[in-house]
Design a protein around this ligand. Structure first.
Ligand SMILES: [Fe+2]
Ligand SMILES: [Fe+2]
Length: 323
């Protein structure tokens, strides 16, 4: 698999191979690890899957911050399980990326060097317990909106990883919403905390869908290759349509003065996120970018002995098999 993979990455795949590939993808056939594929398809998937994996791993930090301060044993157990799920998602996704001929070490090095992207949402701080509710409800909710169509992605290993991830994400969304229900029906102070969390996480959640379709660079090809099934703006609209009635149910106000339901279209009309903030966070200027990377580097260094021990054990077993 490796030599073939490298051939294609060097652009050896010829016109006929690419044409056959386009036909297969158009016919909704899954592409598997050993199949011929255009170099650009491989590159796009490696970029997307690895960014997704990094997001899961960095995404453990904002919520990990509250495990020791969860208000009850039940909440602590749920949050712990949720954060652990995110680690698992990272691992499935690194494994899916590896089927494309790249090593996990290489991808992790890119993250630690600061040259790889991950979802900007995780560069915001978690200031109160209500943020655990808002993150599950809004951030995992937005992630599901993005990820359910990925279960039908043309690349088989990614699609299969996403099926399991989406099942777990739906639990994440529900546990977050349940926290919001509890807080919004609680004391005045708890309701205020829930509202404050919604105020801070609403706009960053809308930005999770990425820039407007008119400014999204990779969209057209990704749609043709059936990596992407819906555009950024379509997914953002779906998210708003689903989430606003949930905010109404909670009795909380969505912090958007332009928000209104349009009877004619059956959709909500909503305001513009602050795209200059989005770009600043992408450039590394978000409130927690430096902290998130520094923490990941420290955790990576702390885990060096585990990796070394595992490698030494593997080498020993291999030597025994040879002998
Ligand atoms: Fe996840
Ligand atoms: Fe999640």
């Amino acid at each position: 698999m490796y030599s073939q993979a490298l051939d294609e990455r060097d652009g050896v795949a010829d016109e006929a191979v690419n044409a056959a590939f386009e036909q297969r993808v158009a016919a909704e056939e899954k592409v598997e690890a050993n199949d011929r594929m255009p170099a650009a398809y491989r590159k796009t998937l490696i970029r997307q899957i690895s960014q997704h994996a990094h997001s899961e791993i960095i995404g453990m930090q904002p919520e990990g911050n509250w495990i020791t301060r969860a208000p009850s044993l039940r909440r602590k157990a749920i949050l712990l399980a949720k954060v652990q799920d995110e680690a698992g998602h990272g691992l499935y996704l690194y494994a899916a990326a590896e089927t494309l001929g790249v090593s996990r070490e290489e991808l992790v090095d890119q993250l630690l060097a600061g040259t790889a992207k991950y979802s900007s949402i995780f560069n915001y701080p978690t200031l109160t317990w209500a943020d655990m509710g808002a993150i599950g409800w809004l951030v995992d909710g937005a992630a599901i909106m993005n990820q359910i169509p990925l279960c039908r992605c043309s690349y088989g290993p990614y699609a299969r990883a996403m099926m399991r991830i989406c099942k777990e994400e739906s639990f994440h969304q529900r546990q977050g919403f349940e926290i919001m229900v509890t807080l919004s029906r609680g004391t005045e102070a708890q309701r205020a905390m829930a509202q404050d969390a919604l105020n801070r996480w609403w706009w960053p959640s809308l930005m999770m869908f990425g820039p407007h379709d008119s400014e999204s660079t990779h969209s057209d090809t990704s749609m043709r290759w059936k990596i992407k099934r819906f555009s950024n703006d379509e997914l953002r609209q779906k998210f708003v349509d689903v989430t606003v009635p949930q905010a109404d149910f909670l009795g909380l106000a969505v912090p958007d003065p332009d928000l209104r339901y349009d009877d004619a279209t059956g959709h909500y009309v909503f305001g513009e996120p602050d795209w200059s903030e989005f770009k600043a966070v992408l450039r590394g200027e978000g409130p927690c970018n430096a902290q998130r990377l520094a923490h990941r580097r420290r955790a990576h260094d702390d885990g060096a002995w585990v990796r070394e021990a595992a490698q030494a054990h593997a080498a020993k077993q291999q030597a025994e098999q040879v002998a």
